[in-house]
Design a protein around this ligand. Structure first.
Ligand SMILES: C[S@@+](CC[C@H](N)C(=O)[O-])C[C@H]1O[C@@H](n2cnc3c(N)ncnc32)[C@H](O)[C@@H]1O
Length: 451
């Protein structure tokens, strides 16, 4: 909001962007009180994790099966051992609306599918998809390169090797992979009105100019998304803004101009928008979250013809993978440059190596020396599992997560595990294990001080 603007003034300006969605005076004043609020992130539990195993007062979110609110506002869920062990991801409850449209909380609905997340960083939705793919593949695209490290970090935490990352303009990607995907997610860059309260967006989010600029960009991205879909494929569109020009108007435009049809998500009926089909809204004053929009559509009619791709000649790694991993299957596909090595399951789509810039990292090189990557230590399924594990208890895990070496009688590289969940590497010499947890994953003194 502007410095000189009260929440009442800001909400009145938001109301002007709502088109045919008329708010009553009472709703408007509730919105005014709510938009300044800071909403706490919710926990999106990995499927199979028992909520009662998390030592926080959790309460389920209505619109997503694995979503839980933490009712203790003073606790820090990111400083729990379960977070370090990959039991949950932290995100705004509103972003679960798009995941509910994609049915990412029913693993069987996405499993085996080819999914493209066209605007993927930092990976709040892509990580939910990667988590449930036992077969199939996720292409996570993010054109802003500086946002890719966070995306990769969050994808690695899933323990999956069924993903690759591209950094393309959606139109370029669509030219390379027409008619390819079963599901395309477009969590579009938008004017971001729902971020006003978190001070992550300025008052320009409400300006007509900003809204029109965002809407035009969204139409370009959506046109590319339609090209990427195979026949009968699903498009999930979402934003974190309230303006109808970026939400329902875009849905109605896709129905008229892109050959899409609505695919309502029955369980989201309580959140249905009255002015476009298969479109859903969460509001800060009603749903205890920053607010979001999501729509679920299907390609009705012929898809673009997919292009033929030649399977890339696998690059032969010069890293000594056998030293770290139990068996390296002959059909595994590697790609990467001089300093990073990524691996793909043998059934990954043919086109991956021709578009991907990064993927599930196996090893990286510092100087002349290859080392196993942190991402590979977190691998929960698929090929390339560690040769050695070091199982520790919770007290020892707390020490490991703070960064010092830990005692070990092993020799060589080993993955430290807590109750079967991987935490990271140690390099052991028969006496101690040198801690190879990356700084970003450590519980530093400063993180603890503010917890
Ligand atoms: C709302 S955020 C996506 C959040 C992400 N899906 C998640 O759940 O963590 C929108 C993303 O779109 C990216 N973006 C910006 N311009 C884009 C474009 N022209 N095409 C595709 N993505 C774009 C932004 O860099 C940003 O990462």
């Amino acid at each position: 909001m502007r410095e000189d603007e009260t929440p009442v003034m800001a909400s009145a300006r938001i109301a002007e962007t709502l088109g045919d969605l008329r708010l009553s005076t009472g709703e408007l004043s509730s919105l005014a009180s709510a938009i300044e609020q800071r909403f706490h992130n919710i926990l999106r539990l990995r499927s199979g994790v028992d909520p009662s195993s998390i030592p926080l007062p959790l309460e389920p979110v209505d619109w997503y099966r694995n979503g839980y609110r933490n009712r203790d506002a003073l606790s820090r869920p990111s400083m729990q051992i379960g977070y370090a062990a990959g039991d949950y991801y932290l995100q705004d409850a509103g972003s679960l609306l798009a995941l509910a449209c994609a049915e990412a909380d029913s693993p069987e609905s996405l499993n085996g599918k080819l999914v493209c997340d066209l605007c993927a960083a930092p990976g709040g939705k892509a990580s939910a998809v990667a988590e449930v793919l036992d077969s199939g593949f996720l292409l996570a695209n993010e054109p802003i390169r500086s946002r890719i490290p966070a995306l990769l970090y969050n994808l690695s935490r899933t323990g999956s090797d069924r993903f690759a990352v591209t950094a393309m303009d959606p139109e370029k990607l669509a030219m390379k992979l027409p008619g390819t995907f079963d599901v395309v997610l477009v969590d579009a860059p938008c004017s971001g009105q729902a971020l006003l309260g978190r001070k992550r967006q300025s008052s320009s989010a409400i300006s007509a100019h900003q809204i029109e600029h965002s809407a035009a960009r969204q139409r370009r991205i959506l046109t590319a998304a339609r090209t990427l879909l195979r026949e009968g494929g699903r498009l999930i569109y979402s934003t974190c803004t309230f303006a109808t020009a970026e939400n329902e108007d875009q849905v109605n435009w896709m129905l008229e101009s892109l050959g899409m049809r609505p695919m309502p998500a029955e369980r989201l009926t309580p959140y249905a928008s009255p002015i476009a089909p298969a479109s859903y809204r969460l509001w800060p004053h009603l749903h205890d979250c920053a607010g979001s929009f999501a729509a679920s559509l299907k390609l009705d009619g012929p898809a673009e013809s997919p292009r033929k791709h030649r399977v890339a000649k696998p690059s032969k790694p010069d890293a000594k993978l056998e030293d770290w991993f139990a068996g390296v299957p002959a059909d595994i596909r590697f790609f990467g440059g001089d300093a990073n090595l990524y691996a793909l399951p043998s059934d990954a789509p043919d086109w991956v190596e021709s578009v991907a810039v990064q993927g599930a990292e196996v090893a990286h090189r510092t100087g002349k020396v290859w080392k196993p990557s942190h991402a590979a230590s977190l691998r929960r399924r698929g090929v390339l599992q560690s040769r050695q594990f070091m199982d520790i208890d919770e007290d020892a895990a707390r020490v490991y997560l703070s960064g010092p070496p830990i005692p070990s009688t092993l020799r060589g590289w080993a993955v430290v595990r807590l109750a079967g969940r991987p935490l990271g590497w140690v390099k052991c010499d028969g006496r101690i294990g040198k801690n190879h947890l990356p700084t970003a994953a450590r519980w530093t003194a400063s993180k603890n001080a503010s917890s």
